[in-house]
Design a protein around this ligand. Structure first.
Ligand code: NAP
Length: 220
């Protein structure tokens, strides 16, 4: 029998953190959630347990504890906080999968704060040289998780990283969340993936997609 993987979600009560936590509770995983506000976290845990009665959900007191117990760590945090928390989990995240979902948007949503020759995910990899950093869930809106099928089509979710086994493991998470996983390439492809979401945000604002939008590659 396959052993149950533990997934730590840091920033679990945010828009993305709670959407990811709820959707992964459908899978055969143990979830370990960490958030700053304990009351909010308590409400989220109860909500997950009421939707998925078989879900195994725990709460961690700090990022290091969450990272220590986890096989996979999801940083559901803004880019700045992602870098801050990376320092706290560096030792415990050795050889583990660390998922970067962040889009390093500037304050006016018309550009990225990262230089053109890097990405949030690559900056995270520099801070966590012994971890397997994977870019995932950055091209899907939080609102998409409750309905990953839009206009009759399953939304694609792009994944990038340098470790084949880790890419496969994260593809399984993406599938559990209801999206169609597409491995786009190595970690440097995160530059494109983060720019794609900047474009989708800009188009969403321009055409009022109401945050329910996603990418779909049409092919034969
Ligand atoms: N929203 C989307 O549709 C979407 C889609 C794709 C990717 N993303 C990316 O996902 C990430 C999270 O976005 P979001 O919309 O979920 O943001 P959010 O709702 O503001 O949630 C961010 C979470 O991060 C926590 N946090 C902030 N600073 C922290 C720090 N220094 N240490 C520890 N925790 C901290 C917050 O906790 P407290 O509130 O308790 O402080 C909050 O739970 C961002 O990088 C964003 O670019 C978002």
């Amino acid at each position: 029998m396959k052993t149950k993987k533990t997934i730590a979600i840091i920033g679990a009560t945010g828009n993305m953190g709670s959407a990811i936590s709820k959707s992964l509770s459908k899978g055969n995983y143990r979830l370990l959630l960490k958030a700053n506000e304990e009351d909010k976290l308590d409400v989220l845990v109860k909500e997950i347990e009421s939707i998925q009665t078989k879900a195994e959900v725990g709460v961690a007191v700090c990022p290091a504890e969450a990272g220590w117990e986890a096989d996979i760590i999801i940083l559901a945090l803004p880019f700045g906080a992602e870098k801050e928390v990376a320092k706290k989990i560096k030792e415990v995240a050795n050889q583990k999968i660390v998922i970067s979902i962040s889009n390093p948007l500037n304050e006016t949503f018309d550009g990225l704060v990262t230089a053109s020759d890097t990405s949030a995910a690559e900056e995270l990899q520099k801070l966590l040289p012994n971890s397997k950093v994977i870019k995932a869930f950055n091209t899907t809106f939080a609102a998409d998780f409750s309905s990953p099928v839009i206009d009759g089509k399953q939304v694609d979710a792009f994944i990038a990283g340098n470790d084949e086994e880790a890419l496969q493991t994260v593809s399984e998470l993406v599938t559990t969340a209801g999206f169609n996983p597409i491995v786009a390439g190595d970690l440097s492809i995160s530059r494109t993936l983060e720019s794609m979401q900047l474009l989708l945000i800009q188009l969403g604002i321009k055409y009022n997609y109401n945050w329910l939008a996603g990418w779909k590659i049409l092919h034969n």
